[in-house]
Design a protein around this ligand. Structure first.
Ligand SMILES: [Zn+2]
Length: 385
């Protein structure tokens, strides 16, 4: 074997052992060897390395049956920390995330819509600094920063190709934020980050195939297969909001007509509502519905129908075991979930698939993108090391 192939194998084995301990702790060396097919010597060598670097703890536990003592391995959760950042149109959330995806400190602040990438990133740098200082975080333990935002992101280079919500095009985010903070920076689409977080810590723990849908200022999805984000060729898999429903329909902000999201997202609902009378917020639209205004009822019911249709379409496409609903619409108006679920089962989900998946509510809410981005940063760190 060539030298670089050997190095690659070593890194790969190390990552495999690390991941198994992380997800199955407490666990014995023997059990790791059995699962991976590695020799006990290899496992012991990797474990010794990880323990020396401060990632692992050993504990003696008496097994139930035979009363024999065995040594089990556990992660030191705070041995590795990363920063997770969610960049949204109106708000920025920043959190310090440990190995298990726990948020040990968090801050948020409003962002002005007009703000340039440079101003946004400089502020992120300052806020990370303040957050670590005010919480007395040992910066030596921070291995990197992960940033999640809406849009098409080149996750290899960390460049934001295009984000309608932020109005950004070709922004070399990872490169610039690294210059500002000194940390390695990973960048990804927010829904992909959120789906990863829900899979590890939220609604979809233990799921083998998870689809996460986001209904808010846009409509999008992310697919996690056996713990891995499905990315497609250019990290754009899941951009379901721009599938065409009606080529003669309303204009979408992507420039096409009749995209799925024009029937569901907040911006389109408000723009339709304003044809009837001035409506400034999505809350006002829901109030109008409550007050019995028929046009509001029609708009919202149509949106719920298209949400059910979206669920049917992704379920037919990916055959997942779990579908998580997330985003501003379901967070602000949780009552619509029951209606969407009813529509799915009574009408819109293709019959052979009706019992084949669960519809779940996002559990992590506004921490989801922060946790997921932090975890993506950790994954990059361990994969490269
Ligand atoms: Zn579109």
């Amino acid at each position: 074997m060539k030298k670089h192939d050997q190095d690659f194998m070593k890194r790969q084995n190390r990552l495999t052992v690390f991941e198994i301990i992380k997800h199955q702790q407490p666990i014995s060396r023997a059990s790791i060897a059995k699962q991976t097919g590695m020799s006990p010597t290899t496992v012991s060598r990797i474990v010794a390395e990880l323990a020396e670097e401060g990632y692992l703890l050993e504990s003696e536990q008496v097994s139930a049956g035979l009363g024999r003592k065995s040594t089990l391995l556990e992660m030191v959760d705070a041995a590795v920390l990363s920063v997770g950042v969610e960049l949204d149109r109106h708000q920025v959330n920043i959190g310090i995330v440990d190995l298990q995806g726990n948020v040990i400190a968090m801050s948020q602040y409003p962002r002005s819509v007009e703000e340039s990438p440079e101003v946004t990133l400089e502020r992120v740098g300052t806020e990370i600094d303040q957050l670590t200082k005010s919480n007395e975080i040992d910066c030596e333990r921070i291995i990197g920063v992960g940033v999640g935002l809406p849009g098409i992101i080149d996750n290899d280079t960390g460049e934001v190709m295009f984000s309608v919500q932020l109005g950004w095009r070709n922004v070399r985010l990872a490169e610039r934020l690294k210059e500002i903070t000194g940390y390695d920076v990973a960048v990804d689409n927010e829904l992909k980050a959120k789906a990863l977080a829900e899979h590890m810590k939220g609604a979809a723990i233990g799921s083998q195939r998870t689809v996460l849908l986001g209904f808010g200022n846009g409509v999008g999805s992310a697919f996690i297969m056996e713990g891995e984000i499905y990315r497609g060729r250019t990290n754009s898999a899941g951009e379901i909001g721009h599938t065409t429903i009606d080529p003669n329909g309303m204009l979408c902000d992507c420039g096409k007509a009749g995209c799925l999201q024009t029937y569901i997202n907040i911006k389109s609902l408000l723009s339709e509502a304003n044809k009837i009378r001035p409506v400034r917020s999505i809350e006002e639209l829901f109030e109008a519905k409550k007050a019995g205004e028929r046009w509001a009822l029609h708009l919202i019911e149509r949106a719920l129908m298209y949400m059910a249709i979206t669920i049917n379409n992704v379920v037919c496409m990916y055959n997942p075991d779990s579908v998580i609903l997330s985003g501003e619409l379901t967070d602000k108006f949780p009552e619509i979930l029951d209606e969407v679920v009813d529509l799915c089962y009574s009408k819109y989900v293709w019959e052979p698939l009706r019992g084949a998946f669960r519809i779940l509510k996002s559990e992590l809410h506004e921490q989801g993108v922060v946790i997921g981005s932090g975890l993506i940063s950790q994954n990059c760190f361990f994969a490269l090391e």
